[in-house]
Design a protein around this ligand. Structure first.
Ligand code: SF4
Ligand code: SF4
Length: 414
């Protein structure tokens, strides 16, 4: 008996506009030369790598899944997420859904983020006991949180007068990514930040999964001992990843020496590629234009130094829609020589001085605007079940990814 053809899943039938937009992205990317390199590395070499940062502490699996779906369709090279098995699963599920819509799509690398000590701001959670809050507090903490991670309501205490009693709710731990904005706004100083370090044993297990491609180690730039200890504890699993990234802040004059010291620690066990994430103003990209200045000045300084350690360099921390123009103004967008350097004085590098840009809070904000438009009963919906919203979210994502990637074919997509 002839096999009965299996119909495509309903989502494929209802996504013509999404497929049109994402197919144009996919075609544009396939036309680029990659040489012998994986496409992600070719992007770093050209200077058009884009990474989505879901958040080192952001663990809302439903949101992570939808973000991963949208930004995979938009053509990012890498998705960076919390080093947690369920979050990694959510990222891969989002990528799988994107691949079900565009079978030829290039899967982004999946990166897990860890820290070498508890002083890195990305690895903390806000916490407070709502029962300690005065019932008449105007709850500025709830309003200032960019992640909708604080939710407060009242417990009714008197059934006759219906008067308001204590507050209930508090911080939704899985959504808090440690930005710290709620801490100073509490007039009663009820909120505290609780820092943590990712367990290296769990990280090692994640690195051995075949759906994890890269690791990012956040370091504060204060000492190398903690980095060394973490690196040693990952030595049996680090060979499994294709890319090792180190995220660090600008620590002034000693930055280059510090980076070279880290590179010396890594080099004996570094099998794949390495990348330096220049973390300007952490977790601030959604604030506005000024937030991107620090990562731009950090990148200008790093690009000008000849003694910088090997590896790719990428911007983060305060990145948003203004970053690409600022990088172009600094003559560093896809540039292989430092601006103003005479060609005769230098050898043209085989790769861009700045490999690309990572977007975090801003990337989440622009897609979050669409997610918020879903009726409340769908707040944790699978975005592919709402094609109009998926298309709108994809267009938002393309407005950020497109200028870096230079997607000319997408100008006509609406
Ligand atoms: S630290 Fe940031 S993300 Fe976490 S609850 Fe406070 S404002 Fe929200
Ligand atoms: S601002 Fe402070 S006191 Fe007021 S609800 Fe928030 S945590 Fe409680």
């Amino acid at each position: 008996m002839a096999a009965v053809p299996v119909p495509p899943p309903p989502l494929l039938a209802s996504h013509a506009a999404v497929r049109a937009a994402a197919s144009a992205v996919s075609r544009s990317r396939r036309g680029r030369l990659t040489g012998d390199h994986p496409p992600q590395v070719a992007a770093l070499r050209r200077g058009d790598w884009v990474k989505l940062i879901c958040g080192a502490s952001f663990e809302d699996a439903a949101d992570v899944r939808n973000l991963s779906l949208v930004y995979t369709l938009a053509g990012v090279d890498c998705i960076d997420c919390a080093a947690d098995a369920s979050v990694v699963g959510a990222v891969n599920e989002g990528i799988d859904v994107a691949a079900s819509i565009i079978p030829a799509i290039q899967r982004p690398w999946v990166m897990v983020s860890v820290n070498d000590d508890c002083r890195d701001l990305h690895f903390r959670k806000a916490e407070f006991d709502p029962e300690e809050c005065p019932p008449d507090c105007s709850k500025p903490c709830e309003k200032v949180c960019p992640a909708d991670a604080i939710s407060l309501g009242h417990i009714m205490v008197d059934e006759h007068t219906q008067s308001d009693g204590k507050l209930k709710g508090g911080v939704l731990t899985e959504r808090c990514y440690g930005c710290g904005r709620c801490l100073p706004v509490c007039p009663y100083e009820k909120i505290r930040a609780v820092s943590y370090v990712r367990d290296p044993a769990n990280t090692s297990k994640l690195l051995k999964r075949n759906d994890v491609d890269a690791i990012e180690i956040h370091t504060t730039g204060k000492e190398t001992d903690t980095f060394h200890a973490l690196w040693n504890s990952l030595s049996e699993s680090i060979d499994n990843v294709k890319l090792v990234a180190v995220s660090l802040p600008d620590i002034g004059e000693s930055t280059i020496d510090f980076m070279n010291a880290l590179y010396a620690i890594m080099e004996p066990h570094l099998q794949g590629y390495n990348l330096w994430q220049l973390d300007g103003r952490p977790m601030s990209g959604d604030i506005g234009r000024g937030a991107t200045k620090e990562t731009i000045s950090f990148s200008v300084r790093m690009a000008s130094v000849s003694k910088r350690p090997p590896g790719f360099y990428q911007l983060a921390g305060g990145t948003n829609s203004y970053t690409i123009d600022c990088l172009k103004k600094a003559d560093l967008f896809q540039s292989m020589t430092f601006p103003g350097t005479a060609i005769s004085e230098t050898t043209i590098s085989q790769q861009a001085l700045i490999g690309g840009i990572a977007y975090g809070g801003y990337a989440r904000k622009i897609v979050g605007r669409t997610l918020h438009k879903l009726p409340s009963q769908f707040s944790h919906a699978r975005l592919e079940d709402h094609p109009d919203h998926l298309l709108e979210a994809l267009q938002e994502a393309l407005s950020l990814v497109g200028p870096v990637k230079g997607y000319p074919a997408l100008r006509s997509v609406s």
